[in-house]
Design a protein around this ligand. Structure first.
Ligand code: ADP
Length: 255
């Protein structure tokens, strides 16, 4: 409802790259427990917005408050410790670690403030920690991946590798999860599986923002949708209303 806590407040954010305005005055509000779709043609600024939200890029101007923190002044590792997790458009799994160890890498960050501990000896520390292992297995079980815990990522289907990435992000126990095109490259069954997974994540009280090109998925999964075009928000609202907006239809026809 409209009384629930604001998890993310973006105010008039501009992000320029050498004169190109990738984000051109973006404002949006996301409330706790929401599944928000972020859509728009290629190059409209979606990934740039994720990079600003997760503290990777400072905005050129404007403010971002995420979980009560200014992401403009908070480094991304600290945002992640405090509850912002993300996945990337291209898979970023550690290929020499098992599926379980990949997820364990997520768990450790929430546990230890001693950054040096996992920089200097990540695996020896992680492998010996039963509670971290247990927590990773819990995450894998929720994704139906426990049987594959000992395998290397390359031995899994592409869809399963995507789920490992989500499990690793969830292992940080986030309050806000940013998913960058999680359905890209998935088949129909895998998309349905992904949908159930995102709904399960929301049921755990996590707010989700999802960049997605699969409109069927966006329409059936998201509570609200924000549409970007050339760095500007051109629509923001219920999926069925956004889909009817003439500006949105035009932006997509020109893609
Ligand atoms: P989307 O995710 O919607 O496809 P992006 O956020 O990736 O869009 O890109 C928006 C615009 O910003 C594009 O024109 C892209 O070329 C540009 N851009 C994104 N990141 C950078 C960067 N690091 N340096 C220069 N230009 C960038």
């Amino acid at each position: 409802g409209s009384e629930s806590t604001v998890v993310l407040q973006v105010n008039d954010v501009v992000k320029s790259f050498k004169g190109l305005r990738a984000l051109d005055g973006v404002s949006m509000t996301v409330r706790e427990g929401e599944i928000r779709g972020l859509v728009g043609p290629n190059g409209s600024g979606k990934t740039t917005l994720f990079n600003v939200l997760s503290g990777i890029h400072p905005p050129t101007s404007g403010t971002v408050e995420v979980l009560g923190m200014r992401s403009t002044t908070t480094p991304s590792y600290r945002l992640s410790l405090r509850g912002v997790a993300r996945t990337f458009q291209n898979l970023r799994l550690f290929s020499l670690l098992s599926v379980r160890e990949n997820v364990m890498m997520g768990v450790d960050r929430t546990r230890s403030r001693w950054t040096w501990r996992y920089i200097l000896a990540p695996l020896s520390v992680l492998r010996g920690d039963r509670s971290i292992r247990h927590e990773a297995d819990e995450m894998l079980e929720r994704q139906g991946l426990l049987e594959m815990a000992g395998a290397f990522p390359s031995e899994l289907s592409y869809g399963a590798q995507r789920r490992v990435e989500i499990a690793r992000a969830m292992a940080t126990r986030p309050k806000l999860l940013l998913l960058d095109e999680p359905a890209a490259g998935l088949n129909g069954d895998e998309v349905n599986q992904l949908k159930a997974i995102v709904q399960d994540i929301r049921a755990q009280g996590v707010t989700v923002i999802i960049i997605e090109h699969n409109m069927g998925l966006v329409m059936s999964l998201c509570d609200r949708v924000t549409v970007l075009s050339t760095g500007k928000v051109i629509a923001d609202g219920l999926p069925e209303d956004v889909a009817k907006s003439p500006e949105v239809i035009e932006a997509y026809l020109g893609d």
